[in-house]
Ligand binder design. Structure first.
Ligand code: BMA
Length: 344
């Protein structure tokens, strides 16, 4: 399929002419393809890091900025700021983000324990960050920045235990909206994606089940990846899925289309994965066999999509695709409706 001949389905997405991009290699027949420069961020880019992986980036002032998961040499998970002119070569602060309490409001819950797997988005008038925040176990931390220098922490969105909190990029039916994945305090062997609403980004409720694990690459647990992408066919949700093999967990990713006004309704969900750990840098590292997406850049003109994913809990990688091709692929490879409630 030639991308020039397909309609660009993106909605509410500005042009991003300087999106990082490499054309599909001639030999590739997959819907997304890896960067030839992978891993784009090595595990030791900054002196303090043991590993740099599951990280989130956004366009910022004509360039790019992001929040990066850097596990330090004590092996505490931390968030660090990064900047890049081209989205491929990054400079990261060696010091972690220190969150400020808004008017002292959240000071009593903001004592640092650990922070990981950030997502970042532009919402209304600022950049919001959600992450897995240590507060008597993992839960969804929230905060914002205007300039990637000063960061203000808000109330945690949910009770522990929860991971993979991912905000939608606009209000839906007048409410802020977030996906999350209730979990346990360890290497959770289960996990469904839920939808929650909030009038003010502080009080969350009206929780709705979206989808749970099924079979194959997504048999054990699933979790939302990048910020959902608004298309005329529905919210394109790229999500990770976990298979339990004799040798432990394998993290791959696929995609689903969610209803635009009722995003807890799944329209289509891909049976095959989009990308599974198959390259050396995805199969070998601190945690082998992990491909974990946390961010996507899109060009509203061309429909190009650049996806950032962590590999083997060690490095940051890039993969590319066209939104319109991914949407078509999800529909063409969708799990038949009769299997969508399968519990295996
Ligand atoms: C999950 C999260 C991710 C990590 C993955 C594989 O539970 O902690 O940060 O990439 O495990 O270790």
């Amino acid at each position: 399929m030639s991308p020039e001949k397909t309609h660009n389905l993106l909605v509410n997405t500005p042009a991003l002419p300087n999106i990082p991009w490499e054309d599909r290699p001639g030999r590739s027949d997959t819907v997304m393809w890896r960067s030839a420069h992978n891993p784009i961020i090595p595990h030791d880019l900054i002196p303090s890091s043991n590993s740099i992986f599951n990280s989130a980036v956004v366009p910022y002032q004509g360039k790019f900025a992001g929040v990066f998961r850097c596990d330090n040499k004590v092996r505490v998970q931390q968030l660090h700021v990064g900047h890049s002119a081209d989205g491929i070569h990054w400079q990261l602060n060696n010091e972690r983000i220190h969150w400020q309490a808004e008017n002292g409001k959240v000071a009593e819950i903001s004592e640092f324990m650990y922070s990981y797997d950030p997502r970042v988005l532009w919402l209304e008038d600022r950049y919001y960050v959600t992450w897995c925040n240590g507060y008597h176990g993992p839960t969804i931390g929230m905060g914002y920045t205007h300039d990637f220098e000063t960061f203000t922490q808000l109330e945690n969105a949910f009770l522990p235990f929860n991971r993979n909190g991912v905000l939608f990029p606009r209000k839906i039916n007048g409410q802020y909206a977030m996906l999350s994945r209730p979990s346990d305090n360890g290497h959770t062997p289960f996990g469904d994606i839920y939808y929650s609403e909030s009038p003010d980004l502080e009080y969350w409720g009206r929780h709705r089940f979206v989808m749970g694990p099924l079979f194959g690459w997504q048999a054990t647990k699933i979790g939302a990846g990048p910020i959902p992408i608004e298309t005329s066919e529905g919210w394109l949700l790229i999500y990770h899925g976990v298979l339990t093999s004799c040798n432990g967990f394998t993290y791959s990713f696929g995609a689903a289309l969610l209803d635009l006004e009722q995003p807890w309704k799944v329209l289509y969900r891909s049976a095959p994965y989009i990308l599974a750990p198959q390259m050396e840098y995805e199969r070998n590292g601190d945690v082998p066999n992990v491909a974990f997406p946390c961010a996507a850049l899109m060009d509203g003109n061309s429909g190009k999509l650049a996806l950032y994913y962590g590999a083997a809990d060690t490095v940051v990688c890039l993969a590319y695709g066209y939104v319109q091709e991914i949407v078509n692929w999800v529909k063409e490879n969708a799990i038949p409706e009769k299997y969508l409630n399968f519990k295996g």
